[in-house]
Design a binder for this molecule. Structure first.
Ligand code: FE2
Ligand code: FE2
Length: 179
């Protein structure tokens, strides 16, 4: 596996790990509403920043363009499907955010479930199909070049140290909510 696809796959692991935390939080009937609001607010921040801005940003701004240039179809093809799913994920995050603002925990949970199911399926498609295609059409030099662009994107668009801060957030949930 190339350096760029491996980096995205590592991020998938972090997102999947957060989705298992979502499972636990949503199925635990012992959680107080205040705890759910706190978790929900931090989750929305994590998903907006890490899953969407950082991870989907790397895919949309760099990887997908490189794949389109190597002949993998956008409209009516796998890239178009991935982009559509990113858009849908953004809508679910916005609905989660909106539900928290209106103090509607049931609506928050309903949208968190929609997002969780969408993302699990999306990540599986990328890992098992799109990244396999990417590894076939991108040689090591292109993968290394993409990886460099990812690193620069993280520094300039996401900000120095934010990636580490987001990983720390996951560990903090586990301690704070006794997961
Ligand atoms: Fe994606
Ligand atoms: Fe992805």
């Amino acid at each position: 596996m190339g350096k760029a696809t491996q980096d995205l796959k590592n991020e998938h692991e972090a997102i999947l790990h957060v989705l298992t935390i979502v499972d636990i939080m949503l199925s635990a009937d012992t959680k107080q509403d205040a705890e759910m609001f706190k978790f929900g607010t931090e989750l929305v921040y994590f998903l907006k920043t890490f899953a969407d801005k950082c991870h989907h940003g790397k895919e949309e701004n760099y990887l997908f363009n490189e794949l389109i240039a190597r002949g993998i179809p956008n409209e009516g093809g796998p890239i178009g499907v991935m982009l559509q799913e990113h858009r849908l994920g953004r809508e679910y995050i916005a609905s989660m955010d909106q539900a928290l603002s209106s103090k509607d925990l049931d609506d928050f949970k309903a949208n968190a479930i929609r997002y969780r199911d969408l993302l699990r399926n999306h990540i599986q498609k990328e890992n098992d199909a799109l990244f396999v295609m990417a590894d076939k059409v991108l040689d090591d030099a292109r993968q290394d070049d993409l990886f460099e662009k990812f690193t620069e994107f993280e520094e300039t668009v996401i900000g120095h140290g934010i990636h580490e801060q987001l990983h720390a957030m996951i560990n903090q949930w586990e301690a704070e909510f006794s997961l």
